[in-house]
Design a protein around this ligand. Structure first.
Ligand SMILES: *[C@@H]1O[C@H](CO)[C@@H](O)[C@H](O)[C@H]1NC(C)=O
Length: 182
């Protein structure tokens, strides 16, 4: 009985104490291009999002940790000494959406015309030229021991937008990550 008043405080603290237990970088980065709808581009080291190009991302999610919740995240490493490659163009606001797709990505087959179907909206990322990143949503299931697959595409089909980046496992990272927390 005496400890009862402390219970709400403990709940409050544990809600804040998210500990990152794993951060995954993409295993596959596959662009598909509406202008060459039957071309297979295979897997790349860089990502590209523009009106005609969407990029599929696959993560191999580990099973050996106690993660209870997971999210995608997106980073720009602006450290001048790292010189992490990126280009941003178009009209502000600079935004792209992320959706989950059917888990059937295939680096030898995926094209614009043969791409996995979207299964759900996951969230949005907004960038600036100076390199700040604002994310909305991006909470995803913890696909432990499985693949987790997504597609990145401009948020507005009528506004010019382009972003390319070289995916790098720097600290902080440069690009998209899958993060697991307890
Ligand atoms: C991107 O997501 C926003 C919701 O955050 C939605 O309003 C918009 O229609 C989406 N864009 C596309 C191309 O699906």
């Amino acid at each position: 009985m005496r400890s009862a008043p402390f219970v709400p405080l403990l709940f409050g603290l544990s809600a804040l104490a998210d500990t990152l237990v794993d951060r995954q970088f993409p295993h596959l980065i596959i662009p598909v291009d509406k202008r060459e709808p039957d071309r297979v581009f295979g897997t790349q080291f860089s990502g590209r999002i523009e009106q005609a190009v969407h990029t599929e991302i696959s993560f191999d999610v580990p099973s050996n940790n106690g993660a209870t919740h997971c999210r995608l995240n997106f980073y720009i490493n602006t450290d001048p000494s790292k010189n992490a490659p990126r280009t941003l163009w178009g009209e502000a606001p600079y935004r792209f959406n992320i959706s989950s797709i059917e888990h059937r990505m295939d680096k030898d087959r995926d094209t614009w015309n043969n791409r996995p179907r979207i299964t759900g909206y996951v969230g949005q990322v907004e960038l600036t030229h100076s390199g700040s990143v604002t994310t909305t949503g991006l909470h995803v299931p913890c696909w432990k021991g499985q693949v987790a697959q997504y597609v990145l595409y401009p948020d507005d089909p009528d506004r010019d937008f382009g972003y390319t980046w070289f995916e790098l496992d720097y600290d902080p990272p440069h690009g998209i990550t899958y993060e697991m927390f307890v």
